[in-house]
Design a protein around this ligand. Sequence first.
Ligand code: G6P
Length: 368
Amino acid sequence: VAAEKGGYKHFMQKEIFEQPQALSNTLLNRLPLDGEAIPLDLPFTDRDLADLTRIHIVACGTSWHAGLVGKFLIEQLSRVAVEVDYASEYRYREPVVQPGTLIVGITQSGETADTLAAMKEAAIRGARTLAICNVMGSTATRQSEATILTHAGPEIGVASTKAFTTQLAVLTLLALKLGEAKGTLDPRLKAELLQGLRELPAHLERLNALEPKIVQWAHRWKDATDFLYLGRGPCYPIALEGALKLKEISYIHAEGYPAGEMKHGPIALIDKTLPVVALMPKDAHREKTLSNLQEAAARDGRILALVTEGDTGLAGIAEDVLELPAIHPWLAPIVYAVPLQLLAYHIAVLRGCDVDQPRNLAKSVTVE
Ligand code: G6P
């Protein structure tokens, strides 16, 4: 087993560091040259895609968070309305599936019982079906009309890492593809996003240099009883994912929230013992997030912020700042997820938790 971990202490750590390679593999042959169409090998014609009027995304756990980012991207790029549901809810709520609906099941394993059942439920009601999956030949890929594979390689750690970031990359491609089919995609934006995707693996390599600072954060905060994670726009689901990672492997209670919603509840929890992890890339939401963080700081919240390189706007507000590479704001989720994985990982290790096999959790939940 030690050899399988390739010199790392845990599979999760290995898988976090494999992300540049996992993304390169996932994007291989899928980034077209200028002016060419996105080469996603789907059994749908452009007409089929153009005829889609709504998309339902179903998933569980970390894959559900990918779905929320997917909603943002698909709606922005293709103007097709997207609903995202927990698979365990969707399957029992007699979903309204109108003509022109595509159900997208996101599942690393392709074996999660609720996700499979939710997809079936939609198919029975007339939806076209697409799986985004990391395991070729899994049930999800067999029961769907179409599959887009993430090529993350086997993921052993129970807490998902590289499967998540590769799901985000695939969802970006899917959103671009839908935008092309719908004729809503601005060619300049397409070129920018494709260029951003090309640069992603290199950006993620650079994140390794941030680990010492994350280890410091872990030492300082390993005994906290609660964490709050805040983000907006496409980084709101990353706040949810950061909180989930911490809960799963360190057993510290954590909540992710859209920063703008903080004033409707979580702000009551803020005091000098509460670490607030804030995602604030330079994007259209930055000023709003900044003012939310000022409110948190005014209540003695201890702010740990992830910002774009060179952004000094949180001086005097945040206790510490991690500067991340500048990237197209819609690709920021992929970059910002990684330090949060590392933070959860190091806190869990310092607390002596079994990182790869957290208590009560299973890698894939094949029963209801
Ligand atoms: C379990 C795992 C999670 C995973 C979820 C969905 O709860 O512990 O890491 O996100 O299942 O798994 P799937 O294979 O469907 O993506």
